[in-house]
Ligand binder design. Structure first.
Ligand code: 13P
Ligand code: SF4
Length: 310
């Protein structure tokens, strides 16, 4: 029995212990969720942690495709997400049927899928990538092999520019958060904070990336801001990252640019997860990721190929 004045955070910590659960949180979660997490990370780091997680339950505070990846990597664990509707606009832009059709028509193409895809699309893919390793993954594919990169056009175009790869087709999906950061608002921020460095996630459009001093995944941005001698940054990604930025770089200043969609810089899918829903999920062990053995077996191949690339 909980004491009557127990806070939700205390309930979660107690339930986490009872359930033998590990709490993984992406950088875009509310600060109060990140506060309780055993591990906070980008999608690559969280996949690696999921693979080695002990205990019975992985409570994944992130979006559904990340939890599916955790289940594929550690299928004997119960994997829960606070809100089942925590999807991603990139997943929604890439249903599996047209990917299968493309494969039938273009059997020579290597399919490189961003981790922001459904498990069914992963199962049709040759190799996965995240924003942290996408350039390295594409460079690991022999130059003469044509590639289909999916589903993020901004990351795909960035990788194409970085690798100089011409034989690469790019799916036309986009992230609702990063795609809609307007370059003019970034230019306004640069005028307001002229000495600040610009750090950006590669899901941003080229019109934004061309002004960036550093481009990288969420964790790469945090690492860069921590070691950079600069005291001030304009951060072109989801503002949940501020939680770790303030921890690793106390005293530095971080400015955020609002996007056109919500006039904020928060992911509407990530922010569906709340402390209350996390507490309820730990009680009921629902919503739970359930995958067939067949899809786990097929999706594991491209994920393991990615994890093997160092
Ligand atoms: P990271 O791999 O940088 O965590 O990115 C995941 C994501 O969804 C970015 O929008
Ligand atoms: Fe998907 Fe964009 Fe949200 Fe990341 S920020 S989960 S890419 S919608």
């Amino acid at each position: 029995m909980m004491a009557p004045c127990t806070t939700i955070a205390e309930e979660i910590l107690e339930l986490k212990h009872e359930r033998r659960a590990i709490l993984l949180a992406h950088h875009y979660q509310d600060a109060e969720i990140q506060e309780l997490a055993d591990v906070i990370g980008d999608s690559l780091e969280l996949s690696r942690k999921a693979r080695e997680a002990d205990g019975d339950v992985i409570a994944f505070c992130g979006v559904w495709f990340m939890a599916e990846t955790a289940k594929v990597l550690n299928p004997s664990r119960i994997v829960i997400v606070p809100d089942k509707n925590a999807s991603c606009s990139l997943v929604e832009a890439c249903p599996v049927e047209p990917v299968r059709e493309f494969k039938c028509r273009n059997p020579d193409h290597v399919i490189v899928s961003y981790i922001n895809t459904s498990v069914e699309v992963k199962a049709e893919s040759d190799i996965l990538c995240t924003s942290r390793n996408a350039v390295k993954i594409v460079n690991s594919i022999p130059a003469e092999k044509p590639i289909l990169f999916l589903p993020d056009r901004n990351l795909g175009n960035y990788v194409k520019r970085q690798t100089g790869r011409e034989n690469m087709k790019i799916w036309q999906g986009a992230c609702v958060v990063h795609e809609t950061f307007p370059a003019r608002r970034l230019l306004d921020a640069k005028a307001a904070f002229p000495t600040a460095l610009v750090v950006a996630h590669p899901e941003c459009p080229e019109a934004v990336l061309r002004h960036a001093d550093f481009i990288g995944s969420t964790s790469a941005i945090i690492e860069y801001c921590a070691v950079s001698p600069a005291p001030e940054f304009i951060v072109m990604t989801e503002s949940g990252i501020n939680f770790s930025l303030e921890r690793v770089a106390p005293g530095k200043k971080f400015h955020y640019v609002r996007n056109e969609n919500c006039n904020c810089s928060e992911c509407p899918y990530m922010r569906l997860n709340t402390l209350e829903k996390l507490r309820d999920a730990l009680i009921s062990l629902e919503p739970r990721v359930e995958l067939s053995e067949e899809v786990i077996r097929r999706a594991l191949v491209p994920i393991e190929r990615m994890l093997a690339v160092r």
